[in-house]
Design a protein. Structure first.
Length: 648
């Protein structure tokens, strides 16, 4: 039922997205929201009641019968697809307007429909061949959406890098599914935990899914793609598309036997992604690129939980393993909600000001109060502050790590530094979003465009309000989502029985509710007192006769101390232009934090390969006599090798 509704309504939405005119965009929006609502309603019973729906087609398609599976684990991801997809779809109608983008709005709607459709089928597919087909459609439609505004060189470069990374992931996954099919004798997928020979193949799957998840150091495509895509596309890429990589790792680590070291590797890569992701985010001046690096950070947090869950299975410790996995699953939801909220907020800022550079913004809270409020909710949630949802999932992960310290063996010693690094990551994330909110929304406008900014229309504000409310709901009542987490955990590892919400989750809910009530009472009182005692006076100018907005902290100066701690990894490039004489004169300082893995490793290696290829190309000059000489030389070399191997 879910697949049929998703296919029919999204297909109609794709067709309705192509024609232009006032009627078709409204029809497209209605069909898309209807399709996503049906997906939500169909997935809800499976997620919260543990039911399973298994469908196999009677006739083969592309040489294999369609096999779709809706179980609690896939339903958990489909619910996120429905919520984030609906909010991003509604936002797109106010953001990517036909009047502003007459050449790409209609085709963008069609690609958007196929994008959501393909992601839904990736989650539902239980056949390796059809999984790859849906995965490839998802990659191609994502490329088309990222490059909607292909007139800009940076957009084309970001799309090209995304396409290369996506096809690298596709090749790895095709090799994985082909090897599994060769061993099992069928493309159908399902539990094969008793076939130990399949365990080494998981490393191929982890690499392929890790590229799509943006796992460090496989994240090289992510910052540019998320920064240059339209903001509703960025929200979907970060809010859900990255989770397909996590879904693949979860699904096949549950269906196949896992190597003993898999948990350790995932936890280590998760820690590296979390710490380095937030470190790179601190060095960014582009608002959307900063948010993209925070996606790397949060994917790392999810993998820490999944890694320790695998460690717990191999060490026979179900209690803290269940906590770690529940934290990872809840953070999948939480990150999808608050990161899509933040990207939509960044899109609202870009729509009003025309820039993503934080040092060209400022003072937007007065001009865009609703956008500032919803963005602040997302910033608090991603920083792990109570009483929002980010605090709950990180708290679950801390509790799992603390319980792991009570175990004997290396898992206890690994849990202690992991908890410390997770705390450092949370503190750096809070500092980073203090920078963002202070530089973008507070202070004085730094440019005329920022001074003339206006609030976004309701079509853009309502989706942000819905996502902010979802962040608050999970934060205040986390026990509501526990059944879905428990059923998904049992689906991943049948040895873990679905249990009622733990008592500590109810205590967290109580504390969060008290904090929310205190904030709801205290904040209005403080604002009222501030208004009553407000006086108008000249701003203290620190002794300067003519203060200007340029004297405010910039995105660079705000985080310079923190980024200095990671200079060995970030490798920031600074350009200083000091005064030329002892007398007052113009001076400037600028800095750029490169994408270290891409710019210092991948691109130089690619350039070296290109140079070698150009040298080898000299052998191709069009003379047949030379080609015959190459053939004779090759045969002679082959004969020598065979002769030497045959000698006793």
């Amino acid at each position: 039922m879910t697949a049929g509704l998703l296919l029919s309504l999204a297909g109609l939405g794709a067709l309705a997205g192509v024609p232009t005119g006032r009627f078709y965009p409204r029809l497209w929006l209605t069909l898309m929201l209807g399709a996503l609502a049906c997906v939500f309603l169909a997935a809800f019973p499976s997620a919260f009641h543990g039911t399973t729906w298994d469908y196999r087609s009677l006739a083969p398609i592309a040489g294999s019968r369609v096999h779709l599976l809706l179980d609690p684990l896939s339903a958990l991801f489909l619910l996120l697809l429905a919520v984030v997809g609906a909010c991003a779809t509604l936002f797109s109608r106010g953001y990517w307007r036909d009047s502003d983008h007459p050449r790409s709005a209609a085709t963008g709607r069609a690609w958007w429909s196929l994008f959501l459709l393909s992601m839904g089928f990736v989650v539902l597919s239980a056949n390796g061949l059809h999984f790859i087909l849906a995965w490839e459609l998802f990659a191609v439609s994502g490329y088309a959406l990222i490059t909607l505004d292909r007139r800009t060189a940076s957009v084309r470069a970001a799309g090209w890098l995304y396409l290369v990374a996506s096809h690298a992931a596709t090749l790895l996954l095709f090799a994985f599914f082909a090897a599994v099919a060769a061993h099992a004798g069928s493309w159908d997928l399902g539990p094969m935990r008793d076939q130990a020979a399949l365990a080494p193949l998981l490393w191929i799957a982890f690499a392929g899914f890790g590229i799509k998840a943006g796992l460090f150091p496989l994240h090289i495509w992510l910052p540019s793609a998320h920064a240059n895509a339209p903001s509703h596309v960025s929200a979907m890429l970060s809010g859900f598309s990255l989770k397909l990589g996590i879904y693949g790792i979860l699904r096949f680590s549950g269906w196949l036997p896992t190597p003993p070291d898999a948990g350790w590797v995932l936890a280590a890569l998760g820690l590296a992604s979390a710490v380095l992701g937030v470190a790179f985010a601190l060095g960014q001046h582009d608002l959307k690129r900063l948010l993209a690096y925070h996606s790397v950070e949060n994917i790392g947090i999810i993998l820490i939980g999944l890694g320790f869950a695998l460690i717990a299975i191999h060490h026979g410790s179900p209690s803290w393993g269940l906590l770690a996995l529940a934290a990872a699953l809840l953070h999948v939801w939480n990150h999808g909600l608050f990161k899509s909220l933040l990207f939509l907020g960044a899109g609202s800022v870009y729509d009003a000001t025309g820039t993503r550079q934080m040092s060209r913004l400022g003072g937007l809270a007065r001009r865009m109060p609703w956008t500032a409020a919803w963005f602040a909710v997302g910033a608090a949630a991603i920083s792990g502050l109570p009483p929002l949802n980010g605090f709950v999932s990180e708290c679950l992960l801390y509790l799992g790590l603390f319980d792991a310290t009570q175990a004997r063996g290396p898992s206890a010693w690994a849990a202690i530094p992991s908890a410390v690094l997770l705390a450092i990551t949370s503190a750096l994330a809070l500092a980073c979003f203090a920078k963002v909110c202070g530089v973008v929304f507070l202070g004085a406008p730094r440019t005329p465009r920022a001074a003339c900014a206006h609030e976004s229309p309701k079509l853009m504000l309502v989706p942000m309000a819905v996502l902010a409310a979802a962040c608050a709901l999970i934060g205040l009542a986390p026990f509501v989502v526990w059944p879905a987490l428990a059923h998904a955990a049992q689906c991943w590892n049948p040895a873990w029985q679905a249990s009622p919400a733990p008592a500590f989750l109810l205590r967290i809910s109580g504390v969060q509710t008290v904090l929310a009530v205190l904030a709801a009472v205290t904040v209005p009182m403080l604002l009222a007192l501030a208004r009553r005692s407000r006086r108008t006076a000249v701003t203290w100018d620190c002794g300067y006769a003519q203060p200007s907005p340029r004297m405010q902290y910039t995105a660079q100066s705000f985080a310079s101390t923190l980024t200095g701690w990671f200079s060995a990894v970030l490798r920031p490039h600074r350009v200083d232009a000091p005064p030329a004489s002892s007398f007052p004169a113009a001076a400037s300082r600028s800095s750029h934090t490169p994408e270290t893995v891409l710019e210092l490793i991948v691109l130089p290696v690619a350039a070296a390969i290109e140079r070698i290829a150009l040298l080898a190309r000299r052998l191709q000059h069009g003379r047949v006599q030379s080609y015959l000489l190459y053939l004779v030389a090759g045969l002679a070399a082959l004969a020598i090798l065979i002769w030497s191997a045959a000698r006793p």
